[in-house]
Design a protein around this ligand. Structure first.
Ligand SMILES: *Cc1c(COP(=O)(O)O)cnc(C)c1O
Length: 365
């Protein structure tokens, strides 16, 4: 007989963990068109699948070897191997940065709205998470961000393009922030680099406190394999490497990464699909009278207003998943839609027209 009941325990986690809100991304049964998590909506490079199928049974028995692939990734990005650390997605990279650099009395600086993982990882290390809230334009609050820097600032995390807005921070502003806080690490999260095309990667050689993050979850279509990258000053990366498990990335992800990097044509094709689809979606939204934030990423943040929940539900019934961002600070009434390949944009636009009509949405409500 099996007993699934466990005996009661009085053990509590750290206070901080006990009172931390639980994060339940709505991942269950996503069989509809997935326009809710900003993934590649189609597939990775066919060469990745080819490589994947060459995996052997013996290969699975081995601990993964990260270093040779790190050298290949470094060369691909014109960096030295000691400037690069491969991570279990950028999520792990954020966690490692916080664990490496934040003492309990240090301050970490982020702007909101932004990526949720910054909050979680910072708060495990310090209570001094400083959030700079964007005004109603949702633009990066550059002046107030600069003013919030103190001698205790140790880590600043800025996504550009940002999630959930799709807005970017100009390079000059990022350089000014790095220069204003030489005692702090500036982490620039470039998860959506391929849909924008501007990067701080080439600034690493000149800016000693800069670390850039890249993920292979979005344009490369490898979200399920969990692989990302940190690149920066070799001294800083050496500290982060000390905290990381040497086996943090599975061998299958390591096997396919060089092939994924090599197939430039594929990633450019996918980024082109998104660029075209983003323009089409923007035109469609204008036609429907839906306001939205101009995006440099593979998603668009739409201002729906009071009927945000109804729209997500109507779209779900029509087979398209969206992400309601209303609970993000300053995003009441905003809904995010991922831009995928052309056919998926077409389906999304059709479903949007029908759904907005069904819920009786008008541009003023
Ligand atoms: C999606 C996303 C990531 C997550 O990347 P993983 O490599 O899948 O962990 C990181 N940063 C931002 C801003 C994102 O939107």
């Amino acid at each position: 007989m099996t007993d699934t009941q466990t005996p009661a325990t009085t053990i509590k986690p750290r206070k901080l963990v006990e009172f931390m809100p639980e994060y339940h991304p709505p991942l269950a049964a996503r069989t509809a068109l997935r326009l809710d998590f900003n993934e590649n909506t189609f597939a990775p490079s066919p060469r990745v699948i080819e490589r994947l199928l060459q995996s052997t049974s013996e290969g699975l028995t081995k601990y993964p070897e990260r270093e040779p692939v790190e050298r290949i990734a470094a060369a691909h990005f014109n960096l030295a191997p000691d400037q690069v650390l491969l991570t279990n997605g950028v999520d792990e990279a954020i966690h490692l940065l916080c664990a490496t650099f934040l003492e309990a009395d240090d301050e970490a600086l982020i702007r909101t709205p932004s990526f949720f993982m910054y909050d979680v990882s910072v708060q495990l290390m310090t209570q001094n998470l400083i959030r700079i809230q964007a005004d109603e334009t949702l633009q990066f609050p550059f002046e107030r961000f600069l003013q919030a820097i103190t001698p205790k600032t140790k880590l600043m995390m800025v996504a550009s393009p940002n999630n959930p807005t799709g807005g970017v921070v100009p390079r000059e502003h990022l350089l000014a922030i790095a220069a204003a806080a030489p005692h702090a690490v500036l982490f620039v999260d470039e998860a959506y680099y391929h849909f924008h095309g501007e990067s701080m990667l080439t600034d690493i050689a000149a800016i000693p406190n800069l670390i850039v993050g890249r993920t292979f979850s979005k344009a490369y279509g490898l979200a399920n394999l969990r692989i990302g990258m940190l690149a920066g000053n070799a001294d800083l990366i050496r500290y982060v490497r000390k905290v990381s498990s040497p086996y943090n990335i599975n061998g299958i992800a390591l096997d396919v990464l060089p092939v994924a990097l090599e197939d430039d044509t594929y990633v450019r094709w996918y980024a082109d699909q998104v660029a075209t689809g983003r323009d089409r979606m923007a035109a469609g939204l204008r036609e429907l009278g839906v306001e939205f934030f101009p995006s440099h990423a593979n998603f668009i943040l739409m201002k729906i207003g009071l009927k945000h929940r109804e729209l997500c539900e109507a779209m779900r019934i029509h087979g398209v998943l969206l992400r309601d961002r209303s609970s993000d600070p300053g995003c009441e009434g905003y809904v995010r839609i991922t831009i995928g390949i052309e056919d998926h944009v077409t389906r999304a636009l059709e479903a949007l027209k029908i759904s907005l009509n069904e819920i009786g949405w008008t541009p003023t409500k």
